[in-house]
Write a protein that binds this ligand. Structure first.
Ligand SMILES: [Cu+2]
Length: 369
């Protein structure tokens, strides 16, 4: 027995260096608050360790030294005032000792005042929308991992399910306040390295903030079960220097202006179909499926659907305004006029839907006003 224990101990000691990157503990993170939370977590952890060792130590010692075979006789101290007072006072002191630093950290976390930048974060099934409130910058951020990797027909890359098309970009060293809400069901915006995990609830605004002190790319996930693709709406935050952030803002604004111009050029069926397929795969495929076949009982087929083959205006209305009370959301704000025209044209001409109809971006732009 002794040998086995000794063997195990040796194994434990020698094995630990090879597990240097074996991270089981909380992330230290890249903000003052996240490190404070980490330290708090460690303090509480060590208090628990000490209590554990003491309590189990006394128990084991008593079991061994006062065992029956040694002829131990139990002492009778029922209703001992001293014991009663001790075991009330000691835990009380321990709890206060934990509550004081915990409260101090919580108060700092909830100080949502005086932000440099306000960003509204809205959860959608299944993507995030970021609106820079003072900047007129507004975009959606969706999973960019190719479907082939998800379906195991392609090898998975390192950032599998943790990559998006349009990451959130914020500057280093500035206080960024997030105003969190949701469009459909409850989501939760979670970036472990920021120590931010806040529910995004329809009809409510929750607040959180960060001051990140290290440029880099930080990744997170939706942390509230929100439906079929809950595991497919990651968060990517790029933290840039202030100068890089400014030029990124300018670039985004320029791209927006360009897109508005593009809406006015004339489009032919082939161009719209090519773009429509891209938009469809990104925004609609999760529910309506790759061949437009839908999922019976949950999401209607668009192949041969009376809407996709019927009156154009009805089809446009469904896509722009959604079907309230169903998973079919309004895409009016989510997609540009060009994207909307393309995806509707695509649905009317793909998978054997041969209406030959063209919906133009100009037509949609008018309805978006
Ligand atoms: Cu979600």
């Amino acid at each position: 027995m002794k040998r086995v224990i000794f063997g195990l101990a040796v194994l434990l000691v020698t094995a630990s260096p090879s597990h240097a990157d074996w991270t089981m503990n909380l992330t230290r993170g890249v903000t003052d608050i996240s490190r404070e939370i980490y330290d708090l977590h460690m303090v509480i952890f060590w208090i628990c360790v000490v209590i554990g060792v003491l309590v189990f130590g006394v128990m084991l010692w008593s079991v061994v030294y006062h065992r029956k075979s040694r002829g131990a006789k139990a002492k009778n101290f029922h209703e001992s005032l001293l014991v009663e007072i001790t075991w009330t006072i000691v835990p009380f002191i321990i709890l206060i000792g934990m509550a004081v630093p915990a409260t101090a950290t919580l108060i700092k976390m909830y100080d949502n005042t005086e932000a440099d930048i306000d960003i509204q974060v809205t959860g959608y099934q299944w993507k995030w929308r970021y609106q820079y409130l003072a900047e007129n910058v507004d975009f959606f951020s969706s999973l960019s991992t190719p479907r082939e990797q998800i379906n195991n027909t392609q090898e998975k890359t390192t950032d599998y399910l943790l990559e998006v098309d349009n990451p959130l970009v914020i500057p280093v060293g500035k206080k960024v306040r997030f105003l969190l809400t949701a469009n459909d069901v409850i989501h939760s915006w979670w970036v472990p390295e920021f120590a931010v995990k806040k529910d995004a609830i329809p009809g409510f605004i929750n607040e959180a903030w960060v001051i990140v002190d290290k440029p880099g790319v930080y990744r997170g996930q939706c942390a509230e079960l929100c439906g079929k693709e809950h595991g497919f709406m990651p968060i990517v935050v790029e933290v840039k220097t202030v100068a890089e952030y400014e030029s990124w803002l300018a670039e985004v604004k320029q791209a927006d202006a360009k897109q508005q111009q593009a809406a006015m050029k004339s489009w032919n069926l082939a161009d719209l179909m090519a773009m429509g397929e891209e938009v469809y795969n990104k925004a609609c495929l999760a529910c309506h499926q790759a061949e437009g076949e839908g999922i019976p009982g949950a999401f209607p087929a668009l192949k041969n659907s009376p809407v996709a083959l019927g009156e154009v205006s009805v089809h446009i209305d469904v896509v722009l305004n959604g079907k309230p009370g169903t998973a079919m959301q309004a895409y009016k704000e989510q997609l540009s006029a060009v994207e909307l025209a393309a995806v509707i044209t695509y649905e009317r001409n793909a998978w054997g839907n041969k209406t030959g109809d063209i919906v133009t971006p100009a037509q949609i732009a008018e309805l978006k006003e």
